[in-house]
Design a protein around this ligand. Structure first.
Ligand SMILES: Nc1ncnc2c1ncn2[C@@H]1O[C@H](COP(=O)(O)OP(=O)(O)OP(=O)(O)O)[C@@H](O)[C@H]1O
Ligand SMILES: [Mg+2]
Length: 249
């Protein structure tokens, strides 16, 4: 099982949007996907409500859990609940329990996708320690750019200290306003500053059909409108590259 963590402590950059679309994408590629929502705001849980199963995400930290297998490729969601709010302080036992539960689930799932909260704390750290791959959606507005170095420091720090097996897939610019000169300049600045080592080779443009798809709890590429299909094609192009980088397709 490959564990992919979608992470950025900044809020509203598209973590949940990308995480749920990744789950749909891999389920369509015949993978058995375990989705863990570690954010008590529970946006991803709401979007994937049809696939909620036992146990809830908070249980992964608390006790040994057995995640029931899926009978076919698809998604099983370990839901975010208010109990996640109690998991705050960094505690070695909690983090080890989380990791060991994920390792057990690897017998019956092909991949796990972890959506994280916009805060740095025990849940985020546990996800990065248990992960194989981490992906960081970023915004291209000026304030967001300021936080990128801190984000990279955290990820690189976890890799060096606790999880040498963690592969950073890259910063993925999301909600790119393709007609905004300012955003395009910011993107060029990022390419200069971070190069291909940290910046993923692909962007997800801002498309209103993405919000519409989430409201309908469906992947954007499944909506019948031409604009949605185009947005879906853009997103799937990025995911194809990600999957190739992880050698998953
Ligand atoms: N590429 C996009 N085009 C248009 N809207 C988008 C795009 N990506 C995300 N959004 C919208 O932006 C908002 C924030 O996205 P999302 O909830 O995925 O961010 P997040 O990083 O998970 O936020 P939080 O940190 O609060 O969990 C949502 O309303 C979502 O529909
Ligand atoms: Mg979110």
């Amino acid at each position: 099982m490959k564990v992919i963590v979608v992470n950025n402590e900044k809020g509203g950059v598209g973590k949940s949007t990308i995480a749920v679309h990744l789950a749909w994408y891999f389920a369509e590629h015949r993978k058995r996907v375990l989705f863990l929502d570690l954010d008590p705001q529970s946006n991803a849980t709401t979007t994937l409500s049809a696939q909620i199963g036992e146990p809830e995400a908070a249980a992964f930290f608390a006790r040994p859990v057995a995640v029931p297998p899926l009978s076919a490729p698809g998604i099983r969601v370990a839901a975010a609940t208010p109990a996640l709010r109690g998991i705050l302080t960094v505690d070695r036992k909690l983090i080890q329990q989380f990791r060991s539960n994920l390792m057990d689930a690897s017998r019956v799932f092909d991949m796990a996708i972890i959506d994280t909260p916009p805060t740095f704390g025990a849940r985020n750290l546990a996800a990065l320690i248990a992960g194989h791959f981490v992906l960081a959606p970023i915004d291209l507005d000026d304030y967001a750019i300021d936080g990128i170095e801190t984000l990279l420091k955290h990820i690189v720090g976890v890799k060096e200290k606790y999880n040498p097996d963690l592969t950073f897939l890259g910063l993925i610019p999301n909600r790119l306003q393709t007609t905004s000169p300012r955003q395009r300049d910011n993107l060029k600045g990022l390419v200069r500053k971070f190069g291909t080592k940290y910046l993923f080779n692909g962007v997800i443009p801002q498309r209103s059909s993405i919000g519409e798809a989430l409201a309908e709890k469906k992947p954007v590429w499944s909506l019948p409108k031409t604009a949605a299909r185009e947005a879906g094609r853009e997103m799937r192009t990025v995911f194809d590259k990600l999957a190739a980088k992880m050698e998953l397709t």
